[in-house]
Design a binder for this molecule. Structure first.
Ligand code: ATP
Length: 324
């Protein structure tokens, strides 16, 4: 391997820049060259390449988003699209790839490395923490911190007016952020996609909280909760409690941005380092990850065929106890 191509793809996440920096610096340290590929797979097809020097990744460890940009690319799902991408990366002299993204990105990398003789290593970058092969994905910790900060602010206004706030957080399939930030933010109730909570059950919880004279109530709802969306839940609760002043707050894309936390920066740096070292050792078709305190790799086939159920049941129980 002489030249490694690095790119970010799918949804962006805080820590992606720190991972790019680490890939570049580790490869240069090992006397390899690095090409940055803009806009993920689309940039491979359009030959949007840039030579990465050590200076090119200066002062980005602290920056959210991704300097290489990200994109979703339908053409890459076709054989013709991938043939064009491969021809371009070959012409550029790229002989190995590091892909940073979510499961769609992993799937694309796996297919490319199976169709053509190109080693790939993946780095899990998504705030959802929903990938198999790593206890934590890049951006998850930062997103939790962002949500907690928002909950703290919402609680100030909720407590001043005896309001009940329904706060929707990201997570279409994964309740990781809702649970983690819900516990950290002291939410009265948490609704997750993985665990059905009937509205009747939620109403009962809020009734109990009211009896205990809570000055404010915050309910965290993951995007993927199965009760028809945050407005629907709020409407049903409002019908039952007409004396409550109910407000809805959807945090949305602000959860994706921001300077990465210390945890995400260090995790990204370890993952970038490991991805390059593994490629140079001959490993391919795998994702790097963290298990406990160790860096590990998992074959993509295994990572993509197992959707890890990461919901921490004990934490869910603790959340219930804490709202008492
Ligand atoms: P996230 O879900 O966190 O936003 P992701 O990496 O899963 O990130 P996707 O949009 O699903 O995001 O995938 C990113 C890109 O990977 C797609 O736009 C496409 O170019 C490529 N990709 C996804 N699935 C495939 C596939 N089956 N074959 C080839 N390429 C794919």
């Amino acid at each position: 391997i002489n030249r490694i191509g690095v790119f970010t793809s799918g949804g962006d996440a805080p820590g992606m820049n720190a991972a790019i920096r680490s890939v570049v610096r580790t490869a240069l340290y090992e006397n390899k060259k690095v090409t940055g590929i803009y806009h993920g797979y689309q940039g491979m097809i359009d030959a949007e390449f840039t030579d990465m020097t050590s200076h090119a990744v200066s002062s980005i460890i602290n920056r959210g988003g991704t300097i290489l940009k990200s994109a979703r690319c339908l053409d890459f799902k076709t054989k013709e699209g991938r043939a064009k991408a491969y021809a371009n990366i070959k012409r550029e002299g790229i002989d190995a790839l590091v892909a940073i993204g979510g499961d769609g990105t992993f799937t694309g990398a796996q297919i490319l490395s199976q169709e053509y003789d190109i080693p790939v290593m993946c780095i899990p970058g998504t705030i959802d923490n929903d990938l198999y092969g790593s206890d934590y994905t890049l951006g998850y910790d930062t997103a939790n911190n962002t949500v907690i900060e928002a909950i703290d602010k919402i609680r100030d206004t909720a407590a001043s007016h005896n309001r009940v706030f329904f706060v929707e957080v990201m997570g279409r399939d994964s309740g990781c952020i809702a649970l983690q930030a819900g516990v950290g933010g002291g939410a009265e109730a948490i609704l997750l996609p993985e665990k059905e909570t009937a509205i009747a059950e939620l109403i009962e919880l809020l009734e109990q909280a009211e009896v205990r004279n809570k000055s404010s109530m915050i309910v965290i709802i993951a995007e993927g909760d199965k009760n028809g969306g945050v407005y629907n839940v709020a409407k049903h609760v409002q019908e039952k409690f007409d004396h409550f002043d109910i407000k809805v707050s959807i945090l949305g894309h602000l959860q994706r941005g921001g300077s990465p936390s210390s945890f995400d920066r260090v995790l990204a740096t370890r993952m970038g380092y490991t991805a390059v070292r593994e490629l140079l050792k001959g490993n391919s078709g795998a994702t790097v990850g963290i298990r406990g305190i160790d860096m590990i790799t998992t074959p993509l086939e295994q990572a993509l065929n197992n959707r890890e159920f990461k919901l921490n049941e004990e934490l869910l129980e603790i959340a219930k106890v804490m709202s008492f």
